[in-house]
Write a new protein. Structure first.
Length: 709
């Protein structure tokens, strides 16, 4: 015993700057006579001031767990296991942390304290995330989320709530479950309390939402969330700030906004970093700048940043992601400088690698650049083949993106409907509660019957009026949903049915040698696919407008150029019917509008005019422009059968596909409704002037923004 006391005295007599050895402490603990004494000694070592002097507390906690098992104290064991996992992660002993996380998640339900159940399940979810076992991780964090509301300590409860939502969002996104990812991340963001929670977690959730929207093709929505990182610059290291600008730049590049993308990449390039971080971030910056300037056909800028990229790579060994990005950049550098044989070899090599890795994004990108390479070589047959492949892959990816975006809209729509139902039930409960209070008051206070009864009658009537208004809103919401689904069923059925039968038609005509008939059927398939694509585009934009997901970016636009682009789109259909497409807009006329929105409006109006105009050489469609006060007015005039007043009254509202007289008997008019929504988002409007047999004129007006002149 004297020897033991001497050892302890020497141990605690060490200067504060010396670290305590875990092995030495374990030997001291083993010299103690009982498990209780050993446990208390080890507990003193891993808490308070002694903890800071330990070189590695993990072995000490492991020994405590062993003692708790021998003494059959499971609740104490679970608490120690949670502490061990946290400490092991902090000290970089991830193997121990992961193995204990998965092991104790299996018995987490046996822990009596909610905080221990939550910690064990969440530790297992984090371990699953870092080991790419996303389905397993979602299961564990779902269990943690179930119990987190029972944690008594407010600070711990809020911190764990946000951590769980953050990792759930990451795992849903990584496993391709985009809608649950958006939902859980938004829930975490909405519950965030500034000053109470770690803002770095909020930054991570904004970033993850941006990644989700980028993966489903909503690049501008992705930029919106990635841009919110600027408010957290004090939490971000220079390399993280540069990566954020690179992510924003990539999404702008994919959205076709090359100048804006260049600005982001240049901002990232100016952020001061150490040499090691430069090697990590700068290749993405240079590769993005080279691709952006390539698409703008700015040869000198491509050459400048390719030289900078080359100098950067001379500072490190060749290989890894940097070499992969450098090969992409060298390909574009070779194309734009006319070294087409070299460009072909590099491009085919990268394209084959993308095929072997089954990477659709790189396949689309490389197919586009290969088509450019062969077009510049003069090999138009190969260029056309790659262009065809590019269109097929883009159609497939865009279709998947539209489906994800529509599913996101449906999810938001159902959430709104559920919220309305909750409000209705709350109103009903309030009504029942008011009635009960009325009965009790009348029974107890007969002397105040008239006064109290009159007051409660007034309150009851107000509650019923409020309930009636809410029921009416719910009915309108349900009616809108039903009409929306009716549009999908009505307008998608015929084109899809036509495409289903086209295969047999083409096969039969081809076997009979009727090549001209085959061409007509193929042309019909193309037109049907075009109409179907236009309908899906209208459905997506209308859905986004209803969920307030469209944000306009107004600029000064050359109106004649916009009209010519839309005429080019419908010229084949107009030629087939002998219709002349004309406009009276000088090239000097500019208007203030969002480019994509204006294209959508004119596409729908010109498409309707071509669709409903009769065939004939004397038939024409005219677009004119005039100004009235502070408004630009654009009119699309056709020589079709006209629209009766009865039909005009319902043109800009959802109908249920009923057969109507005149030109509106085909379709449900979602294009016109979208035109109305988009013009009103600009602060403008749309009108129609028509008489039966006299043609139709649709006019839109947009405010003139003098600040942008």
């Amino acid at each position: 015993m004297r020897l033991l006391l001497l050892c302890l005295g020497l141990l605690f007599a060490q200067p504060a700057y010396l670290q305590l050895s875990a092995d030495s402490l374990l030997r001291v603990a083993e010299a103690l006579p009982t498990d209780e004494a050993r446990y208390e000694f080890l507990q003193d070592m891993v808490t308070g001031d002694s903890y800071e002097k330990l070189d590695n507390p993990v072995p000490l906690i492991l020994r405590q767990i062993a003692i708790a098992k021998r003494q059959e104290l499971p609740q104490k064991e679970y608490l120690l296991a949670a502490d061990l996992i946290s400490v092991a992660n902090f000290h970089g002993q991830f193997g121990i942390a992961d193995s204990f996380s998965f092991a104790y998640a299996q018995v987490a339900e046996q822990a009596e304290a909610p905080i221990i159940r939550v910690r064990l399940n969440h530790f297992a979810a984090k371990a699953a995330f870092f080991n790419q076992r996303y389905v397993e991780g979602i299961k564990y964090d779902s269990l943690a989320l179930r119990d987190v509301g029972m944690v008594e300590d407010t600070t711990q409860r809020q911190r764990l709530f946000h951590e769980i939502h953050n990792y759930l969002g990451k795992m849903f996104n990584a496993s391709g479950q985009f809608i649950p990812a958006v939902t859980v991340l938004n829930d975490g963001i909405e519950a965030f309390q500034p000053g109470v929670m770690d803002s770095a977690i909020l930054l991570e959730m904004y970033t993850e939402l941006g990644i989700v929207y980028s993966q489903i093709g909503l690049y501008e929505r992705a930029v919106e969330y990635l841009d919110r990182q600027e408010g957290f610059s004090r939490f971000m290291s220079p390399v993280y700030q540069a990566q954020a600008q690179v992510n924003i730049g990539r999404n702008l590049l994919l959205a076709g906004k090359y100048s804006a993308a260049i600005n982001c990449y240049l901002t990232a390039n100016k952020i001061e970093q150490d040499e090691r971080q430069n090697i990590i971030v700068k290749p993405y910056v240079f590769n993005g700048l080279i691709e952006s300037y390539y698409r703008l056909n700015q040869v000198d800028s491509v050459n400048h940043y390719f030289k900078a990229f080359t100098r950067l790579l001379e500072q490190e060994e060749e290989g890894g992601i940097n070499n992969f990005l450098y090969r992409q950049s060298s390909w574009l550098h070779a194309i734009i400088n006319g070294r087409l044989r070299e460009a072909e070899q590099t491009g085919l090599s990268l394209y084959q690698e993308a095929l072997s890795q089954n990477d659709p994004a790189d396949q689309i990108l490389y197919t586009e650049f290969l088509a450019d390479t062969y077009r510049k070589k003069g090999d138009y047959q190969q260029a056309e083949a790659y262009t065809g492949n590019l269109m097929e892959m883009k159609d497939s990816v865009q279709s998947a993106n539209r489906n994800n975006a529509l599913l996101l809209f449906y999810n938001q729509f159902e959430t709104q409907e559920k919220e309305k139902e909750i409000l209705r039930l709350d109103a009903e409960r309030a009504q029942v509660s008011a009635s009960r209070r009325l009965f009790q008051t009348v029974a107890g206070l007969l002397g105040l019957l008239l006064m109290v009864g009159g007051w409660f009658y007034y309150k009851l009537r107000s509650a019923r009026q409020q309930l009636s208004v809410q029921n009416e809103e719910l009915s309108q919401l349900n009616a809108t949903k039903d009409r929306f689904f009716s549009i999908i069923a009505h307008d998608l059925r015929n084109p899809i049915a036509a495409l289903e039968t086209a295969d047999n038609q083409v096969t039969t005509l081809y076997e009979r040698g009727k090549t001209e008939s085959v061409k007509r059927v193929v042309s019909s398939i193309s037109q049907t696919a075009g109409r179907l694509n236009g309908l899906l585009d209208n459905l997506l934009k209308w859905a986004l407008s209803q969920s307030s997901a469209i944000s306009l970016k107004k600029t000064r636009l050359p109106l004649a150029e916009i009209i010519d682009d839309n005429f080019a789109l419908y010229q084949p259909a107009a030629d087939a019917k002998g219709i002349q497409l004309e406009h009276e807009v000088p090239s000097s006329v500019d208007i203030t509008a969002d480019r994509d929105a204006l294209h959508t409006i004119l596409r729908n109006l010109v498409g309707n005019a071509v669709k409903f105009s009769p065939s004939g050489s004397a038939t024409s469609i005219m677009i004119s422009h005039r100004t009235e006060g502070n408004r630009d007015i654009i009119t699309v005039q056709d020589q079709g059968p006209g629209i009766t007043p009865a039909v005009q009254a319902g043109l800009f509202r959802l109908n249920q596909g009923e057969q109507q007289e005149g030109r509106r008997k085909s379709g449900t008019g979602l294009g016109l409704i979208l035109c109305k929504d988009l013009t009103e988002l600009h602060g403008g409007g749309i009108s129609v002037a028509s008489e039966a047999g006299q043609g139709t004129a649709f006019s839109i007006w947009l405010p003139r923004d003098r600040g942008m002149l």
